[in-house]
Design a protein around this ligand. Structure first.
Ligand code: KIV
Length: 270
């Protein structure tokens, strides 16, 4: 492991209420995205199962496997980032038994991740205990959990009622007791995320969860505008790389067709 890499205990201490800087997490799926995200100074690189949608073109995250995430984690790890590398456990890799959960998580650690992330709350407690027992650090993920899309009926904001907000709070506290070193809060009202953040000593990292979290995460391709499909309102685009890429490649095509490329200075002479 790189000696200056951000560690799990350092992340665990990053509560904004205690004066810490907010955590910055961004997804990365391969060597160049890891290099770029790491050079930007992100604290955590998440090899997210969102790769199913933004890299592989699927409609949801359910089709990726442990082997897919391990393959992409190896590429991210080769960038030797200073950021902490967290690998997403895909759907069905931590649902069957604690034993299978540990074996699958170990594949991701051996691929180069320092920690794994898994979605869901109380129903995953046995798995969380088994991972803690195997010394595998876990980031929790609650609220809108995309792997439950078929049960939720779509990507919808969760915990809009007081009862659901209370349940989320209780779940966060249980995950904290089970040893999660951080918690992703996705797709919940800002006031609910702020309450969870206040009620736990574990840093929360929001996505579509408002400003009251201990950090924020966005998908690499969304931040950089690498696709032009409609993005949810919580996404802020900082660049339009898809437009730039298309116009650069169009120019390349025009230069080839007109004989403008390659110029003498771009050719070898004998
Ligand atoms: O897979 C992913 O990109 C994620 C983040 C959106 C938190 O889980």
């Amino acid at each position: 492991m790189k000696s200056d890499r951000l560690t799990v205990p350092c992340v665990r201490r990053r509560k904004v209420a205690d004066g810490a800087e907010p955590l910055v997490m961004v997804t990365a799926y391969d060597f160049p995205t890891a290099k770029i995200a790491d050079e930007s100074g992100a604290d955590i690189l998440l090899v997210g199962d969102s790769l199913a949608m933004v890299v592989l073109g699927h409609e949801d995250t359910l089709s990726v496997t442990v082997d897919d995430i391990a393959y992409h984690t190896r590429a991210v790890a080769r960038a030797q980032p200073s950021a902490l590398v967290v690998a997403d456990m895909p759907w069905l890799s931590y649902h069957v038994s604690p034993e299978e959960t540990v074996i699958n998580a170990a594949k991701l650690i051996r691929a180069g991740a320092t920690a794994v992330k898994l979605e869901g709350g109380l129903r995953r407690l046995r798995m969380l205990e088994a991972l803690a027992d195997a010394d595998i650090p876990v980031m929790g993920h609650i609220g809108l959990t995309p792997q439950s899309i078929n049960m939720l009926g779509g990507f919808k904001v969760q915990c809009k009622t007081e009862e659901a907000a209370e349940a989320l709070l209780a779940t966060a506290q249980t995950l904290e007791k089970a040893g999660c070193f951080s918690l992703v809060l996705e797709g919940v009202p800002a006031s609910v995320a702020a309450r969870v953040t206040e009620a736990t000593n574990t840093p929360t990292i929001g996505i579509g969860a408002g400003p009251g979290c201990d950090g924020q995460v966005l998908v690499f391709h969304d931040v950089l505008g690498m696709q032009d499909n409609l993005s949810p309102k919580f996404v802020r685009r900082y660049a339009s790389l898809k437009d730039e890429a298309v116009s650069a490649l169009r120019q390349f095509g025009e230069d080839v067709r007109s004989g403008e490329f390659p110029a003498p200075g771009e050719s070898y002479m004998c």
